[in-house]
Design a protein around this ligand. Structure first.
Ligand code: IMP
Ligand code: MG
Length: 424
C-alpha cells in the first residue's frame, strides 16, 4: 500500500489514532494535514498510554517519519510541551519530525478570542476545546494571521503581531508584546530544527514508492462546510483537505479508510439525532471511557447513525471501514442502528443541511440482537459471536463499503483485519 488516508467519519474520537498506530507499523511517513492541538489522540501501546495533540501518532514507531502539513495550525508552546513529554517517555524526535513553514500559528491571543467568543455566545456556544483553533484559522483566511515561517523574521514578526492586535481592536502594552516576542524567539530556537516544507518530502517519498499514511483529526461531521455548521471545527476534515493541507495531491492517494465507532459520540454542542439520554447512555459512556482526551469533558453518546455514516462515506469516497470500540457494546440485550430520519411526515435518507432542521428529525431504527460475550480477546471475524458478526455486516451494508478492520479494545493488539467477503 503506497499511500493511505485514515479519516474520522463522524464527530471525532472514532479512535483514529489506534488505527493509524495499527497500520503505522508498516508505513514510512505519517502526516497530519489539518486541525491543531484541539485534537486528542490516545494510544495504548505495550501497556503505556500516550496522548497526542499536534504530533502524528506514528512517532511511536522508531522507523517512521512524522510530518505536520501546511493545513495545520500550530501552537508553538503546546507543541514544545508535547515534544518534551514524548522525549521524557523515551521517544526520539530528532530527524523524525518535520513541520511545514506554511502551517498557521496559534497565539495566546487566539485562545483569548476563542474563550471570549464562547462566553459571548452563552447558550448558543459551540463548545470548542478553547485552544484558539477557530480564531487562528479565521485570521489566516482574513490574511491577518501568522505562519510558522514568520518566526524566522523577528522584525516582520513584531510588525505582523502588532497589526494582528490592531485588526482585532485589542490594545497591547509594549512590555506584553516584548515578552511575547521573547517567548516566540525562544520557541523558535527549539523548533527551528523541525521546520521545513513537507510537500517536496512527500513528492520524493512517492517517487521512491515509500508508504505514506495521512492521519485525519476531528471528524467529517465537524468539517467547516460539510459538518453540522456552525457546530463544527474551523478546518476542513474531509478527504479533500489532504491535498490543500499537505501539498500532496489527493489523486495520488491509493486508499481511504473511514473510521467509525460502533456507536456515536459527540463532544461540544450541536445536533445529534441518535443521542441517548439516561442510564443506557451513561453505561456506554462509562464502558467506552467516553471523556474528551483534550478537555476531559464527558462525551455525548448515541446509537450508530447510518444516515450520517453513509453521508460521510460518500463525502470522503472511502474504500474501507475501520470499525472501532465494538467491545463496548457487549452485554446489551439489543442494539439499534438508525437507518433513516423522519421529519414532518417525510422519510429522509440524507441529513438536512441546516442544524435547526437536523435537530428536528426523528431517527428510524432497526433493532438487532446484542451479544453477551466479552469480545476483547477475539482476533478474527469468525470468532465474533453471531450477533456481533451480524452487526458488523449491517454497518457494511448500510454504507455499502466493506469493514476491513475491527477494534475490540484499547491495545494495539486488540485489532484484526477482515478479508474481502467479510468471512475470514
Ligand atoms: P474547536 O475545534 O476547538 O474550535 O471546537 C469546535 C467543535 O469541535 C467543538 O464541538 C469541539 O468539541 C469539537 N472538537 C474539536 N476537536 C475535537 C476532537 O479532536 N475530537 C472531538 N471533537 C472535537
Ligand atoms: Mg480525540
Amino acid at each position: 500500500m503506497a499511500s493511505i488516508a485514515v479519516l474520522g467519519c463522524m464527530w471525532g474520537d472514532e479512535a483514529k489514532a489506534k488505527i493509524v498506530d495499527y497500520l503505522g507499523a508498516e508505513v514510512d511517513y505519517v502526516v497530519r494535514f489539518q486541525g491543531g492541538s484541539n485534537a486528542g489522540h490516545t494510544i495504548v501501546a505495550e501497556g503505556r498510554k500516550y496522548v497526542f495533540h499536534t504530533i502524528p501518532s506514528g512517532i511511536l514507531y522508531a522507523h517512521s517519519q512524522c510530518l505536520i502539513g501546511a493545513g495545520v495550525v500550530v501552537d508553538p508552546f503546546s507543541l514544545i510541551k508535547e515534544i518534551r513529554e514524548l522525549e521524557a517517555a523515551g521517544l526520539t524526535l530528532q530527524n523524525r519530525l518535520t513541520i511545514d513553514d506554511r502551517a498557521g500559528l496559534v497565539l495566546p491571543l487566539h485562545q483569548m478570542l476563542d474563550l471570549g467568543s464562547e462566553a459571548r455566545l452563552k447558550d448558543s456556544k459551540i463548545g470548542t476545546t478553547g485552544r484558539g483553533i477557530g480564531p487562528a484559522y479565521a485570521d489566516l483566511t482574513a490574511r491577518a494571521g501568522l505562519r510558522l515561517g514568520d518566526l524566522a523574521h523577528p522584525r516582520y514578526l513584531r510588525q505582523r503581531i502588532t497589526e494582528l492586535y490592531e485588526y482585532h481592536h485589542i490594545p497591547v502594552a509594549t512590555d506584553e508584546l516584548t515578552a511575547l516576542l521573547a517567548n516566540l524567539k525562544d520557541a523558535y530556537k527549539q523548533l527551528k530544527q523541525y521546520i521545513s516544507p513537507i510537500s517536496p518530502i512527500l513528492h520524493e517519498a512517492r517517487q521512491r514508492e515509500a508508504s505514506i499514511l495521512f492521519e485525519g483529526a476531528q471528524g467529517s461531521l465537524l468539517d467547516r462546510t460539510w459538518g453540522t455548521y456552525p457546530y463544527v471545527t474551523s478546518s476542513h476534515t474531509v478527504a479533500d483537505a489532504i491535498g490543500s493541507g499537505t501539498g500532496f495531491s489527493l489523486r495520488h492517494i491509493d486508499k481511504i479508510i473511514g473510521v467509525y465507532k460502533a456507536y456515536c459520540t459527540r463532544v461540544g454542542e450541536g445536533p445529534f439525532p441518535t443521542e441517548l439520554f439516561g442510564t443506557l447512555g451513561d453505561n456506554i459512556r462509562i464502558t467506552g471511557n467516553e471523556f474528551g482526551s483534550t478537555t476531559g469533558r464527558p462525551r455525548r453518546v448515541g446509537w450508530f447513525d447510518g444516515v450520517m455514516a453513509a453521508y460521510t462515506a460518500r463525502l470522503n469516497g472511502i474504500d474501507a471501514i475501520a470499525l472501532t470500540l465494538l467491545d463496548v457494546l457487549s452485554g446489551l440485550d439489543e442494539i439499534k442502528i438508525c437507518i433513516g430520519y423522519e421529519s414532518g411526515g417525510k422519510t429522509l435518507s440524507e441529513p438536512p443541511a441546516h442544524h435547526l432542521d437536523l435537530a428536528k428529525v426523528r431517527p428510524i431504527y432497526i433493532t438487532l440482537e446484542g451479544w453477551k460475550e466479552d469480545i476483547t480477546r477475539v482476533r478474527s471475524f469468525k470468532a465474533l459471536p453471531h450477533s456481533a458478526q451480524f452487526y458488523v455486516k449491517a454497518i457494511a451494508d448500510i454504507l455499502d463499503v466493506p469493514v476491513e478492520i475491527v477494534s475490540v479494545g484499547k491495545d494495539r493488539k486488540q485489532t484484526f483485519m477482515i478479508q474481502a467477503g467479510g468471512t475470514a
